[in-house]
Design a protein around this ligand. Structure first.
Ligand code: 5GP
Length: 174
């Protein structure tokens, strides 16, 4: 029995509009270049698929998977890489695409990991940013929406593997 209640935060239309704006900005910033877009599984797969179809410059894609959350909604604080990228990123322009930036620990870990491989540039695009919850000082280069504390689901984001498929984003209340 599902005892969770949820409240809509961003509708499908609002999400689509913001994704287009982000894609326009990224296309301008990387004009004349080729981008390697690295999506963070699983949460970013829907955002990344939407974003790259709106970007007007050539993109290659790869994926990494990192885990910090367990089965609930609180971070364990310990980040583990469970799937590495398969592309050589040396001297390439890299854009990491992530669903949500919370404490920043996951992103800090990934950035440190990728920086060691000497990309030409490395930027971060997150759809949602819970800026107030940050534990490491860290700013994304492209942010869809800044949100307050609260656990969000939908548009790729899950709660115990549920709700990823939802085209809207909700904040859940237990
Ligand atoms: P951080 O390391 O920044 O604390 O956590 C980043 C990861 O935690 C995200 O990639 C995401 O998987 C998960 N996360 C953080 N906040 C939320 C949230 O509100 N909802 C969901 N579904 N996942 C979250």
């Amino acid at each position: 029995m599902d005892k969770i209640s949820k409240e809509i935060l961003f509708s499908k239309d609002a999400i689509q509009k913001r994704v287009r704006e982000l894609a326009d900005q990224i296309s301008k910033d990387y004009e004349g270049k080729e981008l390697i877009v690295i999506g963070i599984l699983k949460g970013a797969f829907i955002f990344m698929a939407d974003l790259i179809r709106e970007i007007s410059i050539p993109c290659r894609v790869d994926f990494a998977r990192l885990a910090s959350y367990g089965a609930g909604s609180e971070s364990s604080g310990k980040v583990v890489m469970t799937k590495d990228i398969e592309t050589s990123i040396k001297d390439k322009d890299i854009l990491i695409v992530e669903d949500i930036l919370d404490t920043g620990l996951t992103m800090q870990y990934l950035v440190d990991w990728l920086e060691e491989r000497n990309p030409r540039s490395l930027k971060i695009c997150v759809f949602l940013d819970k800026r107030k919850r940050r534990k490491v000082s860290f700013e994304a280069d492209y942010v869809g929406f800044t949100i307050e504390d609260g656990f969000v689901v939908g548009y790729g984001l899950d709660f115990n593997e549920k709700y990823r498929f939802s085209p809207d984003i909700y904040v859940i209340k237990q």
